[in-house]
Design a protein around this ligand. Structure first.
Ligand code: CA
Length: 231
């Protein structure tokens, strides 16, 4: 491998940090260690890691704040590592731009699978931004340049909001986007909207795109969390 990808581990518990470091190093990644939030942020800006594993419970800054600060300047994939199992925190971390979430205790296979997925998404996203201006999957094509959606060669007419929704999901295909994230992206951070408007638009989109809207093939519902488009 020409240049190994670097993973920044922000974790204050030494044993867990060592455990993660051993796993990533033995799988040909480079590891960077930070034992608190400020050190993590500093290593993130100085070393530009390819992925960050971030513990939520840190001694100095809350992990959620570390995530927010990282997101203010970087799109690096972030996987949250936490002992907390509450759905609320999982959703909040995803809302704040985390790519995935893993709960302690976890096995090496689970961790590596999540790392690979998050890295793959980040490559796909940068491809989309630079060259691949298209989403193409099983008959559905979205040309982001032309703002054109076709299903098996036939143009699908979407409203402006519907198009924004579909292209947002398509550009993040495979990743769960939370209701809050989608609402903010489409209607803006201060818009007075709720999930209902999202559900109505999604129902319309599914009627236009899906053969059977009740059993969607392209856009899945992650109950209580958000939506995910087929990768
Ligand atoms: Ca901790």
């Amino acid at each position: 491998m020409a240049s190994r990808q670097t993973i920044l581990i922000i974790e204050d518990e030494k044993n867990i940090g060592n455990y993660i470091e051993t796993i990533v190093i033995s799988n040909q990644y480079k590891a960077l260690r930070a034992k608190n939030g400020m050190e993590g942020l500093s290593l993130c800006t100085s070393h530009h890691p390819d992925l960050i594993l971030l513990d939520l419970g840190l001694p100095d800054v809350d992990g959620m704040d570390v995530l927010k600060r990282i997101r203010s300047f970087s799109h690096v994939p972030v996987i949250i590592i936490s002992a907390r199992t509450q759905e609320r925190e999982k959703v909040e971390a995803l809302d704040q731009g985390a790519d995935d979430y893993i709960t302690k205790p976890f096995g090496s296979e689970e961790l590596l699978a999540r790392i690979r997925t998050a890295m793959r998404h980040s490559v796909q996203l940068s491809n989309l931004m630079t060259q691949e201006q298209k989403y193409s999957k099983a008959g559905l094509e979205i040309d982001f340049d032309k703002r054109l959606v076709t299903l098996e060669g036939k143009e699908i007419h979407l409203t402006q909001i519907e198009y924004k929704l579909v292209s947002l999901l398509a550009k993040n295909a495979g990743k769960v986007l939370t209701y809050d994230f989608i609402l903010k992206e489409i209607w803006g951070p201060f818009a007075d909207t709720d999930n209902q408007i999202l559900r109505v638009n999604m129902a319309n989109i599914r009627r236009k795109l899906e053969k059977n809207p009740a059993e969607p093939f392209y856009i899945f519902t992650e109950i209580g969390v958000g939506y995910r488009m087929k990768e």
